[in-house]
Ligand binder design. Structure first.
Ligand code: TYM
Length: 333
């Protein structure tokens, strides 16, 4: 079987980018025959981004409910919370000891922090935690632990998958073939969903459309998407239009080319926004109902996650024993 694995960081409310870039393709993949799916809540990763415990807990619940509302069947897949698997931080250390520091220096998130500091005239590493620096190693442990072949992610995560390959290959070279080297799987149309301001939709830019915003709020947010000042009747460009890209991520190819034709014919922005809102709401409304029902049953979600952790540890525990032996640590068996 092909193993597919992906995770979402539990530091905020899930948004349309997480849905189109991760949840939707992952749920579809989990239904294909011959696929074993591993989907998890990256709560250790969340600690790199926030020191607000209530936010981590809330986000964990919201993201778990989102996966389930979007049709993930926890009996058919491995669905778990990262911090329920103590073997993951243990593997992180083994990988830390083979990870090139120079490779980590080139990680986008770390480099962005350094660049910001330089602009501000601060020391390169001012305010940068070792957690942020080590982020790709923890992520490599997530992936390598379950011998994933394919990791469906947005374009922003490709570099991290390449690093996981690099660390896995280095470990295999030193200690024998223990790991499968993963590949990133990118859905071309939805590679990076833009947010309200046209930049990548991201919790850090505060430009997100929450996946399960109530209907009124969804409409309000769609109407706040940044557009140019062209009047109705003036032809509009789909190139670089956040509105068009969002539409395309939810439309059939035929609907998308019709929408492109309407842009060329000078559709007014108000009308275009209404069309996007209706398209989004048609897909999301039935899922939103399930989401709300799940959010009212946190005990049920907790039970699902605990069962998932047991299933995941049935794989992680024996692999960790094997790895401990391979590197010369005490055989715990
Ligand atoms: P995170 O939580 O930032 O994002 C979760 C997933 O959503 C995708 N995504 C997007 N896709 C399209 N357009 C966007 N605007 C957009 N914003 C986010 C991301 O690409 C990702 O697939 N480090 C990861 C979590 C993680 C992980 C892993 C993923 C931890 N361990 C192992 C895969 C495998 C992260 O912070 O994703």
């Amino acid at each position: 079987a092909t193993r597919v694995l992906t995770g979402i960081t539990t530091s905020g409310t899930p948004h349309l980018g997480n849905y189109a870039g991760a949840i939707r393709p992952a749920v579809a993949a989990s239904r294909r025959p011959g696929v074993e799916s591993f989907y998890f809540l990256a709560d250790y990763h969340a600690l790199i981004k926030t020191a607000d415990p209530a936010r981590v807990q809330r986000s964990t619940l919201e993201i778990a409910a989102s996966w389930l509302a979007c049709g993930l069947d926890p009996d058919k897949v491995w669905f778990y919370r990262q911090s329920d698997i103590p073997e993951i931080p243990e593997l992180t250390w083994l990988l830390t000891c083979v990870a090139g520091k120079g490779i980590l220096n080139r990680a986008h998130a770390y480099k962005a922090a350094v660049d910001r500091n330089r602009e501000l005239g601060e020391d390169d590493d001012a305010g940068v935690t070792a957690g942020l620096f080590m982020y790709p190693v923890l992520m490599a442990a997530d992936i390598l632990m379950f011998k994933a072949h394919s990791v469906p992610v947005g374009r922003d995560q490709i570099q991290h998958i390449e690093m996981a390959r690099d660390f896995g290959a280095r470990f295999n070279h030193l200690y024998g073939e223990h790991f499968v080297l993963p590949e990133a799987a990118i859905e071309e149309n939805v590679a990076t969903l833009p947010g309200l301001d046209g930049r990548k939709m991201s919790k850090s830019y505060d430009n997100t459309i929450p996946l399960f915003a109530p209907r009124d709020e969804l409409r309000k947010l769609v109407f706040s998407i940044l557009t140019d000042s062209r009047m109705p009747g003036e032809p509009k460009s789909t190139e670089g239009s956040a509105l068009f890209q969002l539409y395309q991520a939810f439309a059939t190819p035929a609907q998308a080319s019709e929408f492109a034709a309407a842009f060329a014919a000078g559709i007014g922005w108000g009308e275009a926004k209404q069309a996007l809102f209706e398209l989004l709401d048609a897909e999301l409304a039935p899922l939103r109902e399930k989401y709300e029902a799940l959010m009212a049953r946190p005990d049920h979600i907790e039970a699902v996650l605990r069962a998932g952790a047991e299933k995941a540890r049935a794989i992680a525990t024996p692999l960790m024993l094997e790895l401990r032996r391979a590197v010369g640590l005490r055989d715990l068996r």
